[in-house]
Write a protein that binds this ligand. Structure first.
Ligand code: HEC
Ligand code: HEC
Length: 488
């Protein structure tokens, strides 16, 4: 063979291999039940087109700190547009923050990392332990109502109530009542002050009263509504969408929930290279991403938890809880670094699902993270124990090894999370049997990372896309946070 025919031969062999790769991946996706069409199904599932005026109202509420009684935190303070609407931090910082969203955000930490709201429209179970869920398994189906932990329980959002037509409408009722997120422990000047003041120890962070009967949550919601109804601009904006408000009736909490949910519906970004490939555009993925996808759906076993079929709505999660041996990091013990009491004898653990079920065997179990747009996150897992995507993936391949050599300092974890580590032995002793050591050579590992990073990324969810929705000002007149990742 001369050089020319050799080159032709190699080219032909290469394209044969490429054709084989496309063929195999197409077949694998098909048998996994992956169609790449979930993003396009939004309006069909909703049964109507999106309502732009309602979504825009939700956008303003999402960025307006007035939904929190302390006036110092909004949804976007934790769900940052520069991080795919997930956390800019390894572990959320809520009330008493410094007004910055990004690497320089400071204030007392809560317990977990903020997950993205992008594509949550398709999640049948919400939160790190799946504690808000739709018993029908379909978040668009309210025929069985929605199940939340007490005090909301199964009755606050009853079955078939037309006001609560989607799981996210119900979910939006919760953040305003979260003391460590936005409400604060003492409330503010409003009517609910007496509720907090009776528990006040004078330090500004009184231990919150128990709320078995929902009294506190409803009192907080009433106060949020009082402020909303006292704002002429919001009344006008809600009036455009809700005839009842236009004719003088009050804005109620379901309306608030519907607006926020509509904004979240509009943040559907599920058209990644893997989706386009599955719809027949074979050039949408690079060869390395295709090889990585084959590993993800095959030898590496990822799809057994990061599922795509049926109720998973092609979100790369089985929406089930598993213990995959994540190192336990906790904020340093001093008054300003944390405002949630962690679990366990030394208050340095997170019991995950067991917080809800009370069962020992559910300890350390967390919901399989949906993986779309995961490359936009600055930190990974429920506590931000890893800050680089390859490290988070490598952890899965050998959990024992990962924990033996885990070093949060080298891993780039924030300084206040370096000092207190919960015990790892009880975590490893209860590891999910599905998480088995997987042997990949370094080329395979690179392909897998390339697939998870690039193959699942819808560019519209990147900072370029999402920073465009940050409002310059909000109807309450309160300052909007400064989003560092948006160049602010
Ligand atoms: C203090 C930070 C903070 C604020 C403020 C906040 N969130 Fe969250 N959000 C979180 C954290 C942390 C979680 C996960 C909590 C858990 O699982 O225990 C979460 C979970 C969620 C989820 C579920 C996501 C999933 O993958 O299941 C949605 C939806 C959501 N928040 C919407 C909102 C909305 C809407 C607002 C404003 C009304 C808001 N959040 C305000 C931190 C915050
Ligand atoms: C036994 C079920 C299981 C298997 C198998 C599995 N994962 Fe996970 N994965 C999880 C769970 C559960 C979490 C969340 C754990 C937590 O935060 O405590 C997670 C989290 C992740 C995260 C971090 C996402 C985030 O938002 O922080 C990535 C990335 C990831 N998995 C990728 C993979 C890859 C790639 C594979 C295949 C090598 C894989 N996983 C196999 C259950 C699994």
């Amino acid at each position: 063979m001369n050089r020319f025919t050799q080159a032709l031969y190699l080219l032909a062999a290469g394209s044969l291999a490429a054709a084989e790769l496309d063929h195999t991946l197409t077949a694998v996706l098909k048998s996994a039940g992956f169609t790449g069409t979930v993003g396009q199904s939004l309006e069909k599932k909703l049964g109507r087109p999106l309502n732009p005026a309602l979504a825009d109202l939700g956008r303003l509420k999402f960025f307006d700190p007035s939904g929190g009684l302390r006036n110092d935190n909004a949804c976007a303070g934790c769900h940052s547009p520069a991080a795919g609407f997930g956390d800019s931090q390894p572990m959320a910082i809520g009330v008493l923050n410094n007004g910055v969203v990004g690497a320089d955000r400071s204030g007392p930490r809560n317990q977990r990392r903020t997950p993205t709201i992008v594509n949550t429209t398709f999640f049948p179970k919400l939160m790190w332990n799946g504690r808000f869920f739709d018993p029908s398994g379909d978040p668009f189906d309210s025929s069985k109502g929605f199940t939340f932990p007490d005090p909301e329980g199964t009755t606050r959002f009853p079955a078939k109530d037309p006001a609560f037509y989607h799981l996210l409408v119900a979910q939006a009722h919760i953040p305003p009542t979260e003391l460590v997120e936005v409400a604060g422990f003492r409330g503010t000047q409003g009517t609910i002050d007496p509720i907090f003041d009776q528990f006040d120890d004078g330090r500004g962070d009184a231990v919150p009263p128990p709320d078995k009967d929902g009294f506190r949550n409803e009192a907080i919601r009433a106060e949020v509504l009082k402020r909303l109804n006292g704002n002429a601009q919001y009344r006008r904006l809600f009036g455009f969408v809700f005839p009842k408000v236009a004719s003088g009736g009050p804005i109620d909490f379901a309306m608030f929930g519907q607006a926020v949910a509509e904004f979240e519906f509009s943040m559907t970004f599920a058209d990644a290279p893997i989706d386009r490939f599955a719809r027949g555009q074979i050039s949408a993925m690079r060869d390395s991403e295709k090889r990585g996808a084959l590993l993800f759906f095959g030898k590496a076993g990822c799809v057994s938890c990061h599922a795509v079929a049926g109720q998973s709505n092609e979100m790369f999660s089985d929406f089930d809880n598993h213990n995959i041996g994540i190192p336990q990091v906790a904020p340093a013990f001093s008054r300003n670094t944390g405002n949630v009491v962690f679990d366990g004898p030394n208050q340095d653990e997170d019991f995950g699902l067991a917080q809800i079920t009370g069962k020992d065997e559910d300890r350390y179990k967390f919901r399989t993270s949906p993986l779309r747009n995961v490359a936009l996150q600055p930190a990974f897992f429920h506590n931000g124990a890893f800050t680089r995507l390859p490290d988070a993936i490598r952890h899965h391949l050998n959990v024992a090894w990962s924990n033996r050599y885990y070093n949060p300092l080298l891993g780039g974890v924030a300084p206040d999370l370096l000092w207190r580590r919960g015990p790892i032995q009880p975590v490893l002793a209860a590891l999910d049997p599905k998480i088995k050591p997987v042997d990949l050579d370094s080329d395979e590992f690179d392909d897998l990372v390339t697939f998870v990073a690039g193959g699942l990324l819808d560019q519209r969810a990147s900072a370029n896309g999402l920073c465009a929705v940050v409002p310059g000002f909000v109807p309450s007149g309160l300052p909007v946070h400064r989003f560092q990742g948006c160049g602010q």
